[in-house]
Design a protein around this ligand. Structure first.
Ligand code: ITT
Ligand code: NA
Length: 199
């Protein structure tokens, strides 16, 4: 069976392919880029779960195929959970990882190490063309470094150091990150749901 990955974020797509394959899912995984004629859905939800469901439903409805979607972001304690669902466009232009990272570090420049706690959050949604939906969530807790370090991953990975680690997410191998990440946790929880509802 084909399963649409309702995302255009290249970093997410490569992580999702590895996470879902390692979890034993043998579906043909097709990225949203295979459907350029389908417009991006407006992320009007106020939670990760709502936005993930919006993206999954839009692709499932438009393609007639089951779709999974990811909505995710960085929630900073001292910023009361910001940037949260606005993580991809925190500095203005959607998906400008470098500008987002710089803005975040500027906002935290006066914050000492004891107060730099944060977590990544991910909502993983499944939608079927008939409107059936499921959503599950995962988190990765850590602290925010002052200086970006590492070249793996994407987004805010160079500044988040997971609890119990002395490396940032961008210094972990893809396999190491997927084993502990918000996205790994959420999508591993979604796999049995896909098996039940999609086959
Ligand atoms: P799609 O909507 O097409 O899936 P997007 O990048 O717009 O792609 P989101 O709205 O979910 O997706 O925004 C996610 C942002 O959160 C992403 O741009 C990063 O800045 C950040 N983020 C999410 N997961 C991350 C991770 O594993 N490592 C680093 N940053 C992450
Ligand atoms: Na979003």
């Amino acid at each position: 069976t084909r399963l649409i990955l309702a995302t255009r974020n290249a970093g997410k797509i490569s992580e999702l392919r590895a996470i879902l394959a390692d979890a034993g899912l043998d579906h043909e995984l097709v990225g949203a880029d295979a459907y350029p004629e389908i417009p991006d859905v407006k992320e009007t939800g106020v939670t990760f779960a709502e936005n993930a469901l919006l993206k999954a439903h839009a692709l499932a409805r438009a393609t007639g195929l089951p779709a999974v979607a990811d909505d995710s972001g960085l929630c900073v304690d001292v910023l009361n959970g910001a940037p949260g669902i606005f993580s991809a466009r925190w500095a203005g232009r959607h998906g400008d990882d470098r500008a987002n990272l710089e803005l975040l570090l500027a906002q935290l420049s006066d914050i000492d190490d004891a107060h730099r706690g944060a977590h990544f959050a991910c909502a993983a949604a499944l939608a079927l063309p008939d409107g059936t939906e499921r959503v599950v969530e995962g988190q990765l807790r850590g602290v925010l470094r002052h200086v970006p370090t590492g070249t793996n991953g994407f987004g805010y990975d160079p500044v988040l150091q997971p609890e119990g680690e002395n490396r940032t997410c961008a210094e972990l191998s893809p396999q190491e990150k997927n084993a502990i990440s918000h996205r790994g946790k959420a999508f591993r929880a979604l796999v049995p749901v896909v098996r039940e509802l999609v086959g």
